[in-house]
Write a protein that binds this ligand. Structure first.
Ligand code: 5GP
Ligand code: ZN
Length: 120
C-alpha cells in the first residue's frame, strides 16, 4: 500500500490531530465506539501489528509511551488500549494503529471467554 492510497498515511498528514510528536499522531475516531475513542497512528506505514519488528525497539517503546502520554494529557485515567490485527481480528484500515477507548461503557472487565461468547 502506498502513501498515496493509504487512508491513514493521508490522515497523519492532516491537521485534525489532538497531538503529534516524535512520529506519532492522536486523532479522534470518525465513528466512535465509546464515549472517548482516540486513534494512535504512527506516521510511518506498516500494514499491521504483525509487522511490529519493522519498528526499532526505541520506536516501539516511544509508541507505547505516546499512547499513555495522550491519555494522561487528556486526563483520561482509566481506559482500554486495543489493536485489531488482520481482517479476522477486526482490522479494517491496514496501517498500524491503536484504539484508546474510555468512558462508562468501557468500564466492564472483558475476560477472553466473554468475547468468544458474545458472538454465539
Ligand atoms: P480498525 O477496524 O482498522 O481497527 O480501525 C479503523 C478505525 O478507523 C475505525 O474505528 C474507523 O471508525 C476509523 N476511521 C476510518 N476512517 C477514518 C477517518 O477518515 N478518520 C478517522 N479519524 N477515523 C477513521
Ligand atoms: Zn499508511
Amino acid at each position: 500500500m502506498s502513501v498515496d492510497t493509504c487512508l491513514f498515511c493521508q490522515l497523519v498528514q492532516g491537521e485534525d490531530h489532538l497531538r503529534k510528536d516524535d512520529g506519532f499522531v492522536a486523532v479522534p475516531d470518525i465513528n466512535p465506539q465509546a464515549e472517548i475513542h482516540i486513534l494512535i497512528v504512527p506516521e510511518r506505514h506498516v500494514d499491521t501489528f504483525r509487522d511490529i519488528a519493522e519498528f526499532t525497539a526505541t520506536e516501539s517503546k516511544r509508541m507505547l509511551e505516546f499512547i499513555a502520554e495522550t491519555a494522561a494529557q487528556l486526563h483520561i485515567e482509566d481506559y482500554k488500549v486495543l489493536c485489531n490485527v488482520g481482517q479476522g481480528g477486526g482490522q479494517t484500515v491496514f496501517h498500524l494503529h491503536w484504539h484508546l477507548l474510555s468512558g462508562p461503557s468501557m468500564s466492564r472487565h472483558i475476560p477472553a471467554v466473554a468475547l468468544a461468547e458474545a458472538d454465539e
